[in-house]
Design a protein around this ligand. Structure first.
Ligand code: ATP
Ligand code: MG
Length: 231
């Protein structure tokens, strides 16, 4: 479904990604893990079209995405909830959600109700400003907004970062439901190991810009965790 082949990225001459290969199969949830600064967000930005790689290919099905603008990729089916969430603080929850709808226009209107059912807390806050929401509510808004672009692949960058445990569980349950109901694939960047083990089908671990381990989530053992994930 989504295939990254041999992606290399440099920032100002220094190499950040070194030949990354990664596959997100249809209808599965793939976790991309790794310590701070190893290149996880850069990988996602390359998929979304915010970073231009020096080399490599990103394919959605048979379609090459490299060279296409981010809005074109969104229309083709790449949904993105960035790290730090990027909610518009002065727009209402409803206005923030509408930003997602713009991608497909009126076509996606029927989905609003479904997405609000997935995140009931947002339904009660539609007229509130994004900036007054808690971190957990903003994260749910960011995921809901990405879902309203009607993605084939939903890309999430550290959705549990800075969020209280009970909301993390709720987001985890919702991801599993989305995956099952909406028939889409999810690529999740995450440093919270237990969360990955609970929701993921497979994992990739990145270290200094390269994939150093991968496999079904059941193969994620203490040895791998100790070597590549614990600080
Ligand atoms: N715009 C930029 N210009 C120059 N260097 C950058 C830029 N963005 C990121 N970097 C560097 O690239 C490396 C990878 O950054 P990236 O944000 O992809 O890491 P990450 O794995 O997402 O980290 P974190 O877990 O902290 O979010 C880091 O060393 C970072 O300092
Ligand atoms: Mg990051």
């Amino acid at each position: 479904m989504l295939t990254l082949s041999n992606i290399s990225v440099s920032y100002e001459g220094s190499r950040i990604l070194r030949g990354v290969n990664l596959l997100v199969p249809e209808y599965s949830l793939v976790c991309l893990m790794g310590r701070n600064g190893v290149g996880k967000t850069t990988t996602l930005k390359t998929i979304v079209g915010l970073v231009k790689p020096d080399a490599g290919s990103v394919k959605l099905g048979e379609t090459e995405l490299i060279g296409l603008k981010p809005d074109r990729r969104a229309r083709l089916g790449i949904g993105y909830a960035p790290q730090g969430r990027d909610i518009f603080p002065h727009l209402t929850v409803w206005e923030n959600l509408k930003v997602g709808l713009v991608v497909h226009g009126a076509k996606a209107n029927g989905q609003v109700e479904h997405v609000l059912d997935l995140f009931p807390v947002l339904k009660e806050m539609l007229q509130r400003k994004g900036g007054v929401l808690s971190g957990g509510q903003q994260q749910q808004l960011a995921i809901a907004r990405a879902l309203l672009t009607d993605p084939k692949v939903l890309i999430l960058d550290e959705p549990t970062e800075g969020i209280q445990p009970n909301i993390i569980d709720l987001i985890g349950d919702t991801l599993l439901r989305i995956k099952k109901e909406a028939r889409l694939s999810i690529l999740l960047v995450e440093q919270y190991l237990d969360f990955c083990v609970n929701v993921g089908d497979s994992f990739y671990i990145m270290d200094r810009g390269a994939i150093v381990a991968e496999g079904p989530i059941s193969h994620l053992n203490d040895e791998i965790v100790k070597e590549h994930l614990t600080v």
